[in-house]
Design a protein around this ligand. Structure first.
Ligand SMILES: Cc1cc2nc3c(=O)[nH]c(=O)nc-3n(C[C@H](O)[C@H](O)[C@H](O)COP(=O)(O)OP(=O)(O)OC[C@H]3O[C@@H](n4cnc5c(N)ncnc54)[C@H](O)[C@@H]3O)c2cc1C
Length: 307
């Protein structure tokens, strides 16, 4: 028996994959309804392939595939980012779940930033964010205002927009959002909802152990978040790796570090930026990978924004 705690993107995917393939598993969640905080951008191709393994057609949940990503003064072609209705997808998955706790040989910690079951991470870095949902009449692109300590974003959701920002300096978040508003013309509107959250921004290797006694972590609980704050596709991928290793947890840590090495690399770059000595050599691998997965850009584009 496998007991999963946390029914976010990683926990629900793993649960369905296990059941579909004949494992005995149960899942428990502390919330009464899925977390609707904005986090609805996803690497389309990866999501499509992974969700098909649990018979979910991601196209049924896609809100829009923006044509461009505008970052400060740059206009880039979006190749792979889709905006999906994460809330509706999780609601649909939750509808078929009877949440419960069972006696189990294996406990899965899929509790995201809480990491409620694995040992705490020394010098954990949980970056604060603030977000709003507002109506705007704008071209359906992704708008980013970037500074070295964080960035503000505007993501189209159809009728609404997610507007928000995250920064290692909490007091700079309102300023980042204001700069995004001015730069791209998103005047302050009445907000349909607003909330704050945290996101784990650490190299994967610093989130070890991934396995401790009979507890194994998955998704953001073990740091599956890219340097740009992308945690949806990495958490799905991580859940797939855990499924593959469920009979042999001894190989899990190495497989995650190997198959999500691009996440490690991006976080290492960010770490170096936060420490004031940017490891620019890492960009030679980071940018081609981003170009392949998400957005058409070059090292020069990156440096223009960064410097
Ligand atoms: C503001 C913001 C914007 C983001 N935007 C994007 C984006 O556009 N694209 C992207 O790819 N990523 C984005 N992310 C990151 C992404 O949302 C996360 O990395 C991803 O949701 C992690 O999935 P998870 O399943 O590991 O954890 P979560 O989605 O956090 O799920 C964890 C679940 O565990 C539950 N839980 C907590 N404690 C317990 C407990 N003790 N017992 C049982 N259940 C528990 C929680 O209630 C939650 O439902 C964003 C994050 C933030 C904060």
């Amino acid at each position: 028996m496998i007991q999963i705690y946390g029914a976010g993107i990683a926990g629900t995917f793993l649960y369905n994959l296990l059941l579909k393939n004949g494992y005995r598993a149960s899942i428990f969640e502390v919330r009464k309804s899925p977390d609707c905080r904005c986090g609805w951008g996803i690497a389309y191709r990866e999501a499509k392939e992974l969700y098909s393994e649990i018979d979910i057609e991601i196209d049924d949940f896609i809100l829009t595939k923006p044509e461009k990503v505008l970052v400060n003064g740059l206009e880039l072609r979006n190749k792979g980012i889709a905006i999906f209705d994460k809330l509706r997808l999780l609601e649909e998955l939750w509808r078929n779940i009877e949440f419960k706790k069972s006696d189990a040989e294996v406990i899965v910690d899929a509790t995201g930033t809480k990491r409620a079951f694995l040992p705490k991470i020394a010098k954990d870095r949980l970056v604060p964010t603030l977000q709003f949902m507002e109506r705007h009449e704008k071209d359906e692109n992704i708008y980013i205002y970037f500074e070295r300590h964080g960035y503000a974003w505007a993501f189209p959701l159809g009728e609404y927009w997610h507007i928000g920002a995250g920064s290692i300096f909490e007091n700079k978040i309102p300023e980042l959002i204001e700069k995004l508003r001015v730069k791209f013309g998103f005047e302050k509107k009445e907000s349909a909802c607003s909330c704050s959250a945290r996101i784990r921004m650490l190299p994967l290797s610093k989130c070890r152990p991934f396995v401790h006694n009979n507890v194994v972590g998955v998704g953001e609980a073990i740091g599956c978040v890219s340097g740009a704050g992308e945690g949806n596709a990495p958490s799905l991928k991580c859940a797939k790796i855990l499924y593959d290793c469920i009979e042999n947890l001894g190989i899990y840590e190495n497989r995650v570090l190997k198959e999500l090495n691009w996440v490690e690399r991006e976080q290492r770059f960010l770490d170096s930026v936060f420490r004031g000595i940017p490891a620019f050599h890492l960009l030679f691998k980071i940018i081609p990978n981003e170009r392949k997965r998400l957005v058409e850009h070059s090292i020069l584009d990156f440096l223009r924004v960064f410097i």
